[in-house]
Design a protein around this ligand. Structure first.
Ligand SMILES: [Mg+2]
Length: 172
């Protein structure tokens, strides 16, 4: 089956970033940008995984919409971190609140009008991957953060661009 991808959904903690070795709701604002990383009030270092900007730029160039689905207990902190890393602009939809990710995906489907069979989801927690996969979303369990080769592989597995009908090119 060829899946026509229209929306790629990313978890935040341990998928797009490492929040000082824990989840962002366990960090300690205020946050401040320091070079490429963000530092919290206890000196904890929050960093995007190295390929994140390349991945989001690549997907944006391919005109594939992106979303965030996070169940963090501190949505405002997560939004601040996204702004400090300057990645908010890449996401068409942001569902950030504590709940089963079934809630996040139901809202994403309703807001975007995109069916589950046209979504691809990256998350580091198996419970989320299993729940969302059961909806019919293509899922990828992430270990050690997303990487460009991983995203390219999964997109190409499922990837004929819905708007052009062309197979997605590899990012160089
Ligand atoms: Mg996570």
């Amino acid at each position: 089956m060829v899946l026509f991808l229209e929306l790629i959904v990313f978890d935040l903690d341990f998928t797009l970033w490492d929040a000082a070795g824990t989840w962002c709701d366990h960090t300690s604002p205020p946050f401040r940008k320091k070079g490429e990383v963000v530092v919290d009030s206890r000196g904890g270092i929050i960093s995007l995984y190295p390929d994140v900007n390349k991945i989001l730029t690549m997907l944006s160039g391919q005109k594939i919409r992106c979303a965030v689905a996070s169940r963090t207990g501190e949505p405002e902190w997560a939004s601040q971190l996204m702004d400090l890393f300057d990645i908010t602009r890449f996401f068409d939809y942001r569902e950030i609140y504590p709940a089963s990710k079934l809630v996040h995906f139901n809202k994403l489907k309703n807001e975007s009008g995109i069916g589950y069979d046209r979504m691809l989801f990256f998350d580091d927690e198996m419970r989320n991957v299993d729940e969302v996969g059961a909806l019919g979303v293509a899922v990828c369990h992430v270990i050690g953060g997303v990487s460009l080769p991983l995203v390219e592989k999964k997109v190409n597995e499922h990837g004929v661009h819905i708007k052009t009908g062309k197979t997605l090119k590899s990012y160089n």
